[in-house]
Every structure is written in C-alpha cells, then in structure tokens.
Write a protein that binds this ligand. Structure first.
Ligand SMILES: [Fe+2]
Length: 328
C-alpha cells in the first residue's frame, strides 16, 4: 500500500518558559483562536480542529512534537508496521497527552533529531465558531503547513520520510548563506508542495541551530492576512527573521517572525499545489525570488549571529545526531 497522499501535518507542540509572549504572538500577531488558556498550557485553533498549536510550560524552547494525521487506521497500522520492521520503537500516547493534543489517541516514534513524530487518525472537532483576527487558514488535504529543520544527516532524514510515509521529492534549492553552501530538500506527503524541508550544509556537515525545528509554517487564506499579520507582529515588537518575500519553488509569499522560543514561524499565502501527473522535480539556486530580507541585517548583528552559529555548528560535530534508521 502506498501511503502517499494519506498523511498530513496535524499539530505542533511547543515547550517554552514564555507563555504570555507566545500567546501575544499567536493570538494578537498571527491572529489565531485561543481555545484554552491555562497556567501551564495554551492551545490554539485555526480551523475546525480543536487544537492545532499547543504551547506548554517547559524548558525546551523548541517544538517538542509534531502530529501527523493518517487517513485511516489501515494507513496508521502500515506506518507502525514499517517502523517495527526497521527496529523503530512505537509507543502509545497517554489519554492525557491525547487530550492535550486534541486527538482521540495517538502513537509516537522518535524521529530525526529526536523530534517526536506522533501519528493519529481522529482529531477532536471544535463546535464553537472561530474567533480570530485572521480570515482563515489553508489546511484541508494538505494539512497544517510544514516544518523545516537543519540536519547533519540529510540522507537519513529523507529516508525516514520516504520509507515510512512514501514522501516524494518536490525540488531542491542550493544557496550560499553566510558563506556556506546550504542544500535544502523539499518533501511532500500529499498535494501540499512540501510538508518537510530538510536543510544541510554542503561538505562539512554542521548544524548551526540549537532547536530541532528551524521553522513552522502556516498557510493563510489571503494576502490581506499576510500584510495585516506582518504589521501586527511588527507593532507588537516581534523581530522579523525575514520580511515579506516569495519562494521560487512553491511560489508562496511569506514572512518569518522570530518566536519567543528562538525558532521561526513562517506565515505564507498562495502556495501552489502539486499535480502528480505533470510535476517535474526541479533545482533552484535561491531560496527566495524576491524579498525575505532579514530585519536586522546590520554588520554587527550579522557578525554576532555568525559567530554564535559557527560555535554551535562546531559543537554539533561533537554530538552525534539522532537518526532513527541508523544503527549504532
Ligand atoms: Fe517554509
């Protein structure tokens, strides 16, 4: 059985010490619906799913789990048996954890870089009408946007998604960033151009990021939503990692705002869908066709960033990266 087209991104769980700032960013900046606000966790809706983004109190300052919705139990069982055949441990999520995520039940595996990859079929539906600043978000068959990560083992990450979920390569981008060649692979699981983007430095593999996830993407319903959210985030004092610009491969117009946890949140619009009959895999030499300018591009800032990233990159050489399909 091919699982292509049967998996879509469902939710993301973030762990942070900065709950009030996260609420401000997601509710007042991006314009999501707050569906639950507790002492130790806040949950957000952006469509009929009861929970799409969950931010809970903790020290990670990172995305700690991503949820992936399988079409039915047979598809979920197929992923589970593929995991077991490869020696990947599959654990059941607790009832409390399922409730936190707004799903009936889920199983979890430790994915690339140790990021929890959680599998479910049934999401809890919310009855209440959406009350949010955004006009809407594109989810549907393509699921909730995408994630991007940096890795020292890009082949292993591609294999993970390919062997377990029948992911297909949409295209590749190679671009020099801060003097280093970076290769990015864009994998799709369904009609969405990519649900996973995998970035790696060419030659000596360094991972310059502290976080498991480089950015999470949400797809807005209109260009108006992008412009307004951009202005609101600015007004609220959030730094733009990249101002409004456009990607050449999926044609998405987007901006990247720095979250209170240090990774980026991309809000995009108008991503083209892949037509399997006519799609040809392409290579691009730039990640942006226009725009996406860093807000703080001063020389001093760039030097400080690069020095920090270089130190972390060197540090990454000393620590093996977790790869589920690689046997020790
Ligand atoms: Fe993206």
């Amino acid at each position: 059985m091919s699982l292509f087209g049967k998996t879509k991104m469902g939710y993301a769980v973030v762990e942070s010490r900065h709950l009030p700032q996260w609420r401000t960013l997601l509710e007042e900046g991006i314009g999501l619906h707050v569906t639950h606000a507790g002492e130790d966790d806040i949950a957000f809706r952006l469509d009929e799913h009861a929970r799409r983004i969950i931010v809970r109190r903790g020290d990670a300052e990172d995305v700690v789990a991503t949820g992936w919705q399988l079409e039915d139990e047979a598809a979920l069982e197929a992923v589970v048996s593929r995991c077991r055949a490869r020696g990947i441990t599959v654990a059941s999520g607790s009832a409390a954890a399922a409730k936190e995520r707004g799903v009936a039940s889920f199983v979890t595996v430790q994915g690339p870089k140790g990021l929890a990859i959680e599998l479910f079929t049934n999401a809890t539906r919310a009855d209440a009408p959406l009350e949010m600043l955004a006009s809407g978000f594109v989810t549907g068959l393509g699921g909730m946007g995408h994630i991007a990560l940096t890795t020292r083992l890009p082949d292993d990450v591609e294999r993970f998604w390919g062997e377990l979920f029948d992911a297909r390569l949409s295209d590749r981008v190679a671009q020099r960033i801060a003097g280093v060649m970076v290769d990015i692979a864009f994998l799709r699981l369904n009609e969405r151009h990519h649900s996973i983007a995998i970035a790696a430095t060419r030659g000596l593999r360094l991972d310059p990021l502290r976080t498991k996830v480089q950015h999470v993407n949400l797809e807005a319903a209109s260009m108006d939503d992008i412009e307004r959210a951009f202005a609101r985030c600015r007004q609220l004092g959030f730094e733009m990692a990249h101002e409004i610009g456009q990607h050449p491969n999926d044609h998405q117009i987007s901006f990247y705002v720095l979250t209170p946890s240090g990774f980026e949140l991309e809000l995009g619009w108008n991503a083209r869908k892949v037509d399997e009959a006519s799609w040809r895999t392409a290579s691009y030499d730039a990640i942006s066709s226009w725009g996406h300018k860093p807000e703080r591009s001063g020389v001093a800032h760039r030097l400080a960033e690069n020095a920090g990233n270089f130190a972390r990159g060197l540090h990454s050489l000393l620590n093996p990266e977790f790869a589920p399909l690689r046997k020790p």
